[in-house]
Design a protein around this ligand. Structure first.
Ligand SMILES: Cc1cc2nc3c(=O)[nH]c(=O)nc-3n(C[C@H](O)[C@H](O)[C@H](O)COP(=O)(O)O)c2cc1C
Ligand SMILES: CC(C)CC(=O)C(=O)O
Length: 409
């Protein structure tokens, strides 16, 4: 039966389960680095609870037999309106790190944002791609040379594979990074109390091979000048710099207000991500979903609008789309997937010798995260009576008032 629900292993049936199991597999200081945010975690919590204020209003008898979850992002068709936000240092969650995340994104045909604080070389991450798009996140640093080198490498990734004994260069067919995600909300790092309390640090000898190749970044927080954030950045200067140094699309990540959405459009950005960095920068800013509601009336149709922060369910993706987002991203679910992957054992049989080995599979954990969100989103569309992503609109939502009254949007 086509509409039978998929079965899952490992007693993980939703992203909350994934968070609990994944968190249990991590060291305390890494777990809190990933799961927590700035100061009192007010924004971190509200990013999630904002979704609970909306109720879905399904339509019935809609003949959803041809239901299609596909959409496009970065000029590429993808499986559904979901991808991974860039998050730093996946190898702290699983030794295969960003390579495992990339393999899972490729299998699922969803986009992956790669952090410039990835602990694996971008060339190795992109080598796992299939038809899915990638975006390279770039922090705004004082060290312009580090940024330029990063952009050059992202642009010059020629993805080659041996096919029918011929070396095929797929660069011309659009392989590689499609966009840069400029992180606009980090002129300073937010105050993350967990990092102070745990004396958080990356293991000795760890590198950021895309941004500072060959540099031991163990003392990142002490901030060598060569790694410092650019506190003089402004709109005109940033756009002039990036337009000069890249032909990739330029998206602004970390838009919190209508005014800055307008400036992104005025300065010719190719897309925006409404994001508060998962509640890790300035605490007590509004939930990204609430900001989406302000920005959509002025920016919809003028620039692609993506959102991240607190998306944990297929219904959350549906609600964000109904409120006008074109695309949804999430950060932590990939991390929890990697960490859960530590307890997924893949047996590898080597038949000649009948030798069996067990591999702890980061990719399978991240695939689990994607499959959960995909299955939930598809089920939401079907039960709400939406046949395509473009049909999802605000007529499918009501706002639940504190009095219990449902109001139209
Ligand atoms: C552990 C962690 C590391 C992150 N590292 C980066 C980063 O290197 N660059 C960046 O622009 N955003 C970074 N972010 C923010 C994410 O891109 C994204 O905005 C956030 O995770 C979305 O919230 P969610 O985790 O609730 O989905 C990070 C987030 C987390 C949780
Ligand atoms: C290495 C960090 C500065 C990456 C980051 O943006 C974060 O932890 O939120």
């Amino acid at each position: 039966m086509a509409n039978r629900q998929r079965k899952y292993d490992n007693q993980v049936y939703c992203i909350k389960d994934l968070e609990i199991l994944g968190s249990a597999n991590m060291l305390k200081s890494y777990r809190e680095y990933y799961n927590e945010g700035a100061m009192d975690l007010i924004t971190l919590r509200e990013n999630e609870t904002a979704y609970d204020r909306y109720r879905i209003r399904p339509r019935v008898l809609r003949n959803i037999s041809d239901l299609d979850t596909a959409t496009t992002i970065f000029g590429t068709k993808v499986k559904f309106p979901f991808g991974f936000s860039p998050t730093a240092m996946h190898t702290l969650a699983h030794p295969e790190g960003e390579v495992a995340t990339s393999k899972a994104a490729a299998v699922a045909n969803i986009p992956m944002g790669l952090s410039n604080y990835s602990t694996i070389k971008l060339e190795d991450v992109i080598a796992e791609r299939r038809d899915n798009p990638y975006a390279m996140q770039v922090s705004l640093l004082k060290n312009k040379d580090a940024m330029i080198q990063l952009i050059r490498r992202a642009e010059s990734v020629y993805f080659s594979k041996v096919c029918s004994k011929q070396l095929i260069n797929t660069r011309d067919s659009g392989a590689g990074f499609k966009a840069l995600l400029l992180t606009l909300d980090v002129p300073y790092l937010g105050r993350r109390l967990n990092e102070f309390r745990n004396d958080f640090g990356v293991p000795k000898g760890m590198e950021y091979p895309n941004l500072f190749p060959g540099v031991d970044v163990t003392n990142l927080e002490d901030g060598q000048e060569s790694m410092a954030y650019d506190d003089c950045a402004d709109w005109a200067g940033v756009m002039e710099f990036f337009r000069k140094h890249t032909k990739l699309d330029i998206w602004g990540k970390g838009i919190y207000t209508v005014q800055d959405a307008e400036l992104a459009i005025e300065h010719g950005m190719d897309g925006i991500i409404i994001s508060n960095h998962g509640g890790r920068q300035l605490d007590s800013v509004p939930a990204s979903l609430d900001v989406l509601r302000e920005i959509v009336p002025v920016a919809k149709g003028r620039i692609p609008i993506a959102i991240d922060g607190g998306i944990r369910r297929g219904t959350d993706i549906f609600k964000a789309l109904a409120l006008g987002a074109d695309f949804c991203f999430a950060g932590r679910p990939a991390i929890w997937g990697l960490a859960v992957g530590r307890s997924i054992q893949s047996k590898i049989y080597i038949t000649l010798t009948r030798f069996t080995t067990i591999k702890y599979n980061g990719q399978k954990g991240v695939e689990l995260a994607i499959n959960l969100l995909y299955d939930e989103f598809k089920t939401t569309m079907a039960l709400a009576g939406c046949r395509s992503v473009t049909e999802i609109g605000k007529e499918y939502l009501s706002l639940l008032q504190p009095t219990g009254v449902l109001s139209k949007l």
